[in-house]
Design a protein around this ligand. Structure first.
Ligand SMILES: [Zn+2]
Length: 186
């Protein structure tokens, strides 16, 4: 497929042609997803970036794709994907993921779902360097170049029992107990 060269950049332009796209039917997608679940062990209820994304371009992806083509009598689609150069087949696979998400066969990308459900923008979230959790940056604490979440920071700052619970947590338990006691004395 065409590699577009301009003066200062080289980029690859590819999209699934329409005569191939029509071969990607709901029947095919359903079968492909079943094979991915069975062969690659993914779940349709994982975020796309934590599930299906991990298996694109792998042997299990190839096997699941091939089996879905066999079962839905789709040799043309199978041959087409095999005719692509690796850089185009990568895009082809990503587009199939896009269709699976769009047609609600699988969950979408975490950041898109956060945006849709919680109205939090991509720019306003980042990950804690220690636990990898996504969080709003106004909750995260600057930690060198990156961020640390308040939970990890508290555990780092004090974990008397070294079991992953913070001294802050124990302090709050005491505070809440006290609060409860005061309430009872009313
Ligand atoms: Zn953390």
């Amino acid at each position: 497929m065409p590699i577009v060269r301009s003066v200062d950049s080289v980029h690859i332009e590819y999209t699934i042609p329409s005569d191939i796209k029509i071969l990607i039917t709901d029947d095919f997608l359903n079968e492909f997803l079943y094979q991915l679940i069975r062969i690659a062990g993914i779940s349709p209820y994982d975020f796309a970036d934590e599930g299906i994304e991990y298996v694109t371009g792998t042997c299990s992806w190839y096997a699941a794709f091939g089996k879905a083509c066999i079962d839905t009598d789709n040799k043309k689609l199978f041959d087409y994907r095999n005719s692509l150069e690796w850089y185009d087949s990568d895009i082809f696979d990503s587009e199939i993921i896009g269709v699976l998400i769009e047609k609600e066969f699988i969950l979408g990308y975490k950041i898109d779902i956060i945006k849709r459900e919680l109205d939090v923008e991509f720019e306003d979230v980042d990950v804690c360097d220690k636990c990898g959790m996504l969080m709003r940056t106004d909750i995260l604490i600057k930690n060198g170049e990156g961020y640390i979440c308040p939970y990890c920071k508290d555990v780092d700052d004090g974990d008397k029992y070294e079991n992953g619970t913070s001294d802050y947590y124990r302090e709050i338990c005491r505070e809440v107990d006290e609060y409860r006691g005061n309430n009872n004395e009313r």
